[in-house]
Design a protein around this ligand. Structure first.
Ligand SMILES: NC(=O)c1ccc[n+]([C@@H]2O[C@H](COP(=O)([O-])OP(=O)(O)OC[C@H]3O[C@@H](n4cnc5c(N)ncnc54)[C@H](O)[C@@H]3O)[C@@H](O)[C@H]2O)c1
Length: 251
């Protein structure tokens, strides 16, 4: 008898928001490699369709702005119509507007909250409605949602702190529907999101020194944790926030 837990996602219908770039794109590839059908959502429709083309016949893409309540509902309804249900949501689209608190405009505050917080809500509930066989939602939080951070970044800090507690709330609220909800909390990952920082040698040296494992993360460092949380290997894990930070928060 095979006693290994299953990390496979054969036959599962998975949706990745922000799947056109960075962490989401790496996760979309991983879902397909694990046997799933993948729908890549991104406000950058060209990036989403490029990611789906790269993956091949098990992937599809739809241009979607996660802040648009009407569009989000329609897109998830369309996915469920096309594939019968949704099994996994990687709720990952996010933006940043890094500013001092005194200088942050309300426009920037609202933009970050709209994508990182409201967008997460709209996608999670639109997907959960179609998780008719139960399912798994993996939200992308951040180490900045679990700490005061290392530089002024109040809108992002607030939004990722909210993702942490939204994750726990949904884990409790939707457990009776057999929907598990967990989050990853990455530290600095080399993607277009952080390129302005990771191109600065001083910044890289500082964060390498703050990281016991001594390097920044790559998008590929994220996908093992996402697979664990998405698959039956984590069947009794819900409401958990998993830092992927090379030991940064362990200090
Ligand atoms: N890169 C890091 O260091 C890091 C660390 C911790 C958490 N995160 C989080 O990881 C997630 C992915 O970040 P990434 O580094 O891969 O960034 P990225 O910029 O490479 O990718 C983000 C994707 O989200 C899409 N997106 C942005 N706004 C959207 C919207 N309104 N609707 C739909 N799609 C939208 C973008 O078009 C882009 O393709 C984000 O939630 C981010 O906050 C990133």
């Amino acid at each position: 008898m095979n006693r290994l837990p299953s990390f496979r996602l054969d036959g599962r219908i998975t949706v990745v928001t922000g799947g056109g770039s960075g962490i989401g794109r790496a996760a979309a590839h991983m879902f397909a490699s694990a046997g799933a059908t993948v729908v890549v959502l991104d406000s950058n429709g060209a990036a989403a369709s490029d990611a789906a083309d790269e993956i091949g016949s098990s992937a599809d893409s739809i241009a979607t702005d996660v802040t648009n309540p009407v569009a989000v509902k329609e897109v998830f309804d369309e996915i469920a119509d096309r594939y019968g249900r949704i099994d996994v949501l990687f709720n990952n689209a996010g933006i940043n507007r890094r500013r001092d608190s005194m200088e942050l405009s309300l426009e920037d505050w609202n933009a970050v909250i709209a994508v990182n917080m409201t967008g997460m809500l709209l996608c999670a509930r639109s997907a959960a409605k179609h998780m008719t066989k139960g399912g798994s939602i993996v939200n992308t939080a951040s180490v900045l949602g679990l700490s005061g951070g290392w530089f002024p970044n109040i809108a992002y800090q607030a939004s990722k702190g909210a993702v942490v507690n939204m994750t726990r709330s949904w884990a409790v609220e939707w457990a009776s529907y057999h929907i598990r909800v967990n989050a990853i909390a990455p530290s600095i990952v080399r993607t277009p999101f952080t390129s302005a920082l990771t191109e600065q040698p001083d910044f890289v040296a500082k964060f390498e020194s703050l990281t016991p494992l001594g390097r920044l993360c790559e998008p590929e460092d994220m996908v093992g944790a996402v697979l664990f949380l998405a698959s039956d290997a984590s069947s009794m894990v819900t409401g958990h926030i998993l830092p992927i930070d090379g030991g940064m928060l362990a200090q």
